[in-house]
Design a protein around this ligand. Structure first.
Ligand SMILES: Nc1ncnc2c1ncn2[C@@H]1O[C@H](COP(=O)(O)OP(=O)(O)OP(=O)(O)O)[C@@H](O)[C@H]1O
Length: 264
């Protein structure tokens, strides 16, 4: 899928991701050519161990690429400073919080870190952005709770509010629906969809909720052994991409319903 308009926010050119030690280089995925547009909800899917987290970590500059280029707003990621990056891209990871003793408000306020002075004093603008994020996610009732008092679903909403407080054009989330029940998986992904529509932000998330991603995403990136494709979900279905995602002995993709079914 090649886009020619100027809404491109994140691009990769012949990107290879993987791990390099002094002695060996292990390529996890290569020839990754993405052209992601702003204002979209983008789901990254693929089987366990295929390389979704490796790709996301490379896109957020937590690990180096093996080769190729990543362009954020047309600027090479290698030439983007960490502070500049923090003003353009926020990250929600699934690791347990080290700082659960913080109140919800304090945790969300950490999102303002790239903009505050070294002692972290919050300006009126910071407070307004924080309160706006709390309102958008609809969690004002949780504001004064300690993070250790929250359920997994509540904590996930708070982490998304923290990313919103960072006020970046892109939010990247690694498996935001893990640990959540069916209702809350749908709730969080629907919330992400709402945020792209209401704020114009680009949201890229990895997930195993392929059925939900098909229903809610503008674009999906599908990682398979040997290749990575991206397109609108309806085109991916039409091209049979989901049919080859998993071995067919247990589950099969049903083109009519756009979902996986257990094989009889
Ligand atoms: N630090 C590391 N060093 C070397 N190999 C790694 C490292 N981290 C992950 N890998 C390997 O990279 C491959 C991709 O792992 P990754 O975690 O990116 O997959 P994933 O698609 O996110 O998996 P899952 O859906 O199970 O979370 C796996 O084979 C894994 O063993």
């Amino acid at each position: 899928m090649t886009k020619t308009n100027s809404n491109l926010i994140l691009q990769t050119h012949q990107l290879s991701v993987g791990y390099r030690t002094k002695k060996v280089e292990t390529t996890i995925a290569s020839n990754i050519n993405l052209q992601l547009q702003s204002g979209q909800l983008i789901g990254l899917v693929g089987a366990n161990g295929i390389g979704k987290s490796t790709l996301l970590r490379t896109l957020i500059k937590v690990q180096p690429s093996l080769s190729g280029k990543i362009l954020l707003n047309n600027k090479d990621l290698n030439f983007t400073s960490n502070l500049e990056l923090a003003k353009q891209l926020s990250i929600v990871l699934t690791e347990p919080l080290l700082s659960k003793n913080l109140s919800v408000f304090e945790l969300i306020a950490l999102g303002r870190h790239p903009y505050t002075n070294w002692v972290g004093n919050l300006s009126d603008k910071d407070l307004s952005v924080i309160n706006n994020a709390i309102d958008l996610i609809n969690i004002s009732d949780l504001k004064d709770k300690k993070c250790y008092q929250l359920s997994d679903g509540q904590l996930q909403k708070v982490m998304i509010a923290r990313a919103l407080a960072q006020d970046t054009a892109i939010i990247i989330l690694d498996e935001p629906t893990s640990h959540l029940d069916m209702y809350h998986k749908a709730y969080i992904l629907k919330l992400l969809q709402k945020l792209t529509k209401e704020t114009g932000k680009t949201i890229l998330f990895s997930s195993h909720e392929i059925d939900l991603a098909i229903q809610l995403c503008d674009t999906m990136i599908v990682m398979q052994k040997g290749h990575v494709v991206y397109d609108q979900p309806c085109n991916l279905i039409k091209n049979g991409v989901f049919e080859t995602l998993f071995p067919k002995d247990l589950i099969a993709f049903d083109n009519l319903t756009g979902s996986f079914k257990v094989s009889k």
